[in-house]
Design a protein around this ligand. Sequence first.
Ligand code: HEM
Length: 187
Amino acid sequence: MLHWLIAIVILFLFALGWYMNELPRGSGKVTDIDLFDLGIYTFHLTEAATPRTFYFNLHKSIGFTVLLLVALRLYWRLMHRPPALPASMKRWEKVVAHGTHHLLYLMMVLMPLTGLLTTLYSKYGLHWFSVPVLPGLDNPGWRDFFVDAHGFSASILIVLIGLHIAAALKHQFIDKDNTLKRMSFFD
Ligand code: HEM
């Protein structure tokens, strides 16, 4: 359950991150935002903001939530041993699977952490769904460093997610060894 929730939210954050970065700076402030210009849902803001500010705040708020969820997942994972990998897997396959899983955990921490540090060193800080959490230290040098680190982490994480999904599909449809069933309620 936690595995699937984190997966969906992280994929959404990728889409949101790329989308918001394309939005123009300095466009007019509005109070109604048609979510992703899809004509499905219009968000009403109590205080006027530019679409770019709105989507950045949304990305940062959901991203911070992911950091908390990943911390919960790591705690769960450290307290509970997962079932052993299928005996049919070759030794090298197990090494690659474990390596990818460890790297995924590392990147799932580094991704939101670099985002959080970008925000800390920006002039805006973090408002988590409007609740002030972090001030903005307004240090362009460190902000740019963490913007690059966040972008670099995104490139690595997307490759790892691709490998992870490809491996899961191979187990499900080629090896047919029921590996997907290992992801039970709290995994
Ligand atoms: C797993 C969680 C996250 C994912 C997958 C993610 C993904 C992304 C992606 C794909 C981009 C666009 C990068 C680019 O085009 O170069 C981005 C940008 C950004 N993210 Fe995240 N993000 C996450 C968490 C966070 C968090 C927790 C924060 C802050 C609290 C944050 C703040 C930002 C900011 C400020 C930018 C714009 C950087 C710039 O100025 O170019 N992100 N994110």
